[in-house]
Design a protein around this ligand. Sequence first.
Ligand SMILES: *[C@@H]1O[C@H](CO)[C@@H](O)[C@H](O)[C@H]1NC(C)=O
Ligand SMILES: *[C@@H]1O[C@H](CO)[C@@H](O)[C@H](O)[C@H]1NC(C)=O
Ligand SMILES: *[C@@H]1O[C@H](CO)[C@@H](O)[C@H](O)[C@H]1NC(C)=O
Ligand SMILES: *[C@@H]1O[C@H](CO)[C@@H](O)[C@H](O)[C@H]1NC(C)=O
Length: 735
Amino acid sequence: MSGHGKQQQLLRHPALAAGHGSGSGMGRRRYLAFLAIAAALVASYHLLHAPTPSSRYHALFLTLGSNASAAAHLRALTLRPHVAGTPANALAAEYVRATLSSLSFPTRVTPYSVLLSYPLHRSLSLSAPGRATKSFSLTQDTYPNDPYAEAAAEVVPTYFAYSGSGSVTAEVVYANYGDRKDYAYLASRGVDVAGKVVLARYGDIHCEDMVRNARDAGAAATIIYTDAKDFGGPAGKGKRKWFPNTRWLPPSGVQVGTLYYGNGDPTTPMWPSCAAGEDCERLSTEELEASEAMPGIPALPVSGRDGETIQKAMGGGVAPPEWQGGEGAPVYRIGPGPAVLNLTYIGNDTLATIENVFAVIEGKEEPDRYVIIGNHRDAWTFGAVDPNSGTAAMLEIAERLSQLEKKGWRPRRTIIVCSWDAEEFALIGSTEWTEDNIDMLASRAVAYLNVDISVFGPGGLMPRATPQLDELIKEASKMVPDPDDPSHTLYDYMIRQNPPIARVAGAGTDFAAFVQHIGVPSLDMSYGLFSEYPVYHSLYDDFVWMERFGDPLFHRHVALASVWGLIALRLADDEIIPFNYVPYASELEESSKVVEDGCPGCAVSFSPLHKSIKQLEKAATKIHMEKKVLQAEKWGLNTRERTLKVREMNDRLMMAERAFTNREGLAGRPWYKHMIYASSDQDDWGTKAFPGIVSAMANAQKLNTTESWRLLQHEIYRGARAVSKASAVLDGSLT
Ligand SMILES: *[C@@H]1O[C@H](CO)[C@@H](O)[C@H](O)[C@H]1NC(C)=O
Ligand SMILES: *[C@@H]1O[C@H](CO)[C@@H](O)[C@H](O)[C@H]1NC(C)=O
Ligand SMILES: *[C@@H]1O[C@H](CO)[C@@H](O)[C@H](O)[C@H]1NC(C)=O
Ligand SMILES: *[C@@H]1O[C@H](CO)[C@@H](O)[C@H](O)[C@H]1NC(C)=O
């Protein structure tokens, strides 16, 4: 996960009630109960669905999970750190390819030469009146008997990819979580950020937004730290405990990340890159340096311990209570100074080879229809959680599919298994490949099913998706026992969350190009919550952490693989694609109201949008009824007529999502073609619908000019036209 994280969701999972401190595993008795429930669910599946040959294979799929296999893959993939563009990551690619190939699936590796970014030199020192100058070591500590201590030496030094290079010595200003409102607050207290070093802490928005906000406020450099309050765990009786004793981030832990504000290879911003030695158009170094998408100023992530050392040297006014640290922290002050930081960062932004690995399971009846499952492989450090918990689950699915093949199963549609590279730098592998295959995917892709991190901890199934997949997610999650409470299913806990299924609006992982650039129905899932994973993007994201805290018995990996694989199987095998657009229409009605409520008393009309959503509801209901009639064989079609009718209906279901896109894309952000789901330009963390409307509204409310209100009305019409286009495709008739 490259960082834009998911919004925190409300949930009441029993394993969570027991506290975040340890991952509760499943004993042998509970495991037997788990197997019994699984068998009962499989039996009920047969009762509910007339057992077609494919539903029998799907039921079999659910019984074939192997926690030992998931654990073995995860261990093998995380022996060494494997950042994109390095020999270690090429070895990981070969591991994935060889595993898929050994299952007798045809495999393929597509390389691209893309701009990656590594540190060459870093130094940071602190001076303040009356204190000796302190140089920070900028290293993360290993612990006694750490089995990965030797390999830790290969971990890339802590840095921000694509940071500006340079040396800055200036007074420090503290800017809390680095949001725009934090800068407005500093301005209200008369603190000028221009030319200063901003000290901010992680916990609210993505680092690329934090550095951008600092740059826009005029800062000369940015330092971002992980405050113990947010990542260090409960203080208890004044004494915190951290990894390897608990799941929490050690004081020397550093969260690294990327600062590139865009998706894909920075040298090929709207078009595909190519392999080394091939010719493709690229931006020049000068064009790249002038690019708004590059942060431009030097920046460095530091540990909680170093952040606290800097805080202790700060003067100026006391920061407000929400800006303070946790128990035992010094009083935070906003500055400026008298603390002075001297930061030097020199990066090497260089073309390097990345590799996407694919396995193709060709469809028997509709080989030109693609159900795509994907996960990235590259990691900032060892990647036991992010992303190889997902890789382990994906390989475990592939093993089960290979067993189904041995028993005679072949999918109706083609299943493509993708292992992406360089996700951490800017979703590069998936973006270049989708750009490279844009029209093939636009005409053939049924769905893209992403899993980045498969397991964070005990928090239950957390899906997000385009809404025509909601019903399928619910059905599939009812078929899988909850690994932490086998008397219930994944569904039972998912449905208590608010919302049970989130949306693919924010970016941060590899579904972005599929949904937001092409309009492919997509989902993304994990088991557990981001907040259960404080060692995110640090040295400590290793196998020991996963085995002790994330998933001690690997049953969570298996449960996630079961629901992910079952969804893929239904999409690949069901005669009529299991999409339902009725929930899509109600979802849009709800989100359009939320958007409208954000604009009380505005002199614009939202009725074009509401009208188009009514149209969508009508078309969605109509195709849903048609599907029922076709399934009940009420039309008396002969085999050939039926085959063509099924294909026609499936094309409408598949292509309706594409119709939400617009060739010009969002205003000022032409890569984002989807009019309903994209990250908000106000805050990359946000998961709002109708990003074009939201952005124009914020602008109009700020400027209050005739032109800005006219632009908002224009965006409302654009959103409405996208929804109408989708209704027309679903409806399948010309005007
Ligand atoms: C900042 O640190 C660098 C590297 O340690 C050093 O060469 C430079 O003189 C320092 N600059 C100031 C103004 O202290
Ligand atoms: C930058 O990285 C590339 C690729 O690893 C390497 O060939 C080159 O020597 C590096 N440049 C510097 C200045 O170290
Ligand atoms: C797999 O599950 C079984 C039964 O709960 C357990 O005994 C075993 O240790 C697990 N294997 C791994 C690798 O965690
Ligand atoms: C916006 O401008 C109009 C006049 O053009 C004015 O009546 C109104 O109060 C302004 N609204 C805000 C929120 O400033």
